[in-house]
Write a protein that binds this ligand. Structure first.
Ligand code: ATP
Ligand code: MG
Length: 200
């Protein structure tokens, strides 16, 4: 099925947003010929809150807006932040299907795709979206076919960017430099709000 003119969804914690997110979203926009990509900032990331130190959502939304500002086709969406309770992608997808009338394209990095089986109502979700998987260094996506059955998976290539938010949090906590990995505006925001100073 074609994705041309469709809406891509790239969900994430964006804690903080980095160049890997930006290139992944931009390559999906281009290769799948999407009209736009929604960057869905997770509110209460139920699979991550065990870490106990997810940065407050309003900071992550602000940083994501700065990271994607001026990039054609990119729209930051904070609906999950305002929803009560844990973030389930299927709830957001349901809202979008209701308003769009066509299936959005769910974009996942390879690591996120590998974890899809542990998501809330994965099978139902798979029936509501087109699935696009973006290369990510080190990701194993072997079991994906079992989950999606004979539905098509769009494979999006990108130059490997071996950067993760987790790695950046560690660097920032040590006072290391992150220039080029995080946009200058986001680095300035992190500095002025004293984020990521404590070891994670
Ligand atoms: P963390 O280390 O905290 O998990 P992260 O770098 O994985 O952060 P997320 O916000 O968890 O970032 O990722 C959101 C989405 O972007 C996921 O689908 C993830 O696979 C994808 N993504 C993140 N970084 C990259 C990258 N470097 N290359 C390709 N895809 C990426
Ligand atoms: Mg991640």
């Amino acid at each position: 099925m074609t994705t041309r003119g469709g809406l891509g969804l790239l969900g994430g914690t964006f804690d903080p947003p980095h160049v890997g997110h930006l290139v992944a979203a931009a390559q999906c926009l281009e290769q799948l010929e999407l009209a736009s990509v929604l960057l869905l900032v997770a509110g209460d990331p139920w699979q991550k809150s065990e870490r106990g130190s997810v940065t407050p959502a309003f900071h992550r939304v602000a940083m994501t807006r700065l990271a994607f500002e001026g990039v054609p086709g990119m729209v930051v969406d904070d609906r999950e932040v305002h929803r009560f309770g844990p973030t389930y992608t299927i709830d957001t997808v349901q809202e979008l299907v209701d308003s769009l009338g066509e299936p959005p394209v769910l974009i996942l990095g390879g690591d996120a795709a590998a974890g899809l089986g542990s998501w809330h109502r994965t099978e139902d979700l798979m029936g509501m979206v087109e699935l696009a998987v973006v290369d990510r260094p080190g990701a194993q996506t072997g079991s994906l076919e079992d989950l999606v059955g004979n539905r098509a998976i769009h494979h999006v290539r990108m130059p490997p960017i071996d950067i993760s938010s987790e790695d950046l949090r560690v660097r920032l906590a040590r006072g290391g430099r992150v220039d080029g990995m995080i946009s200058a505006q986001v680095i300035a925001y992190i500095g002025s709000h004293a984020l990521y100073r404590e070891p994670q």
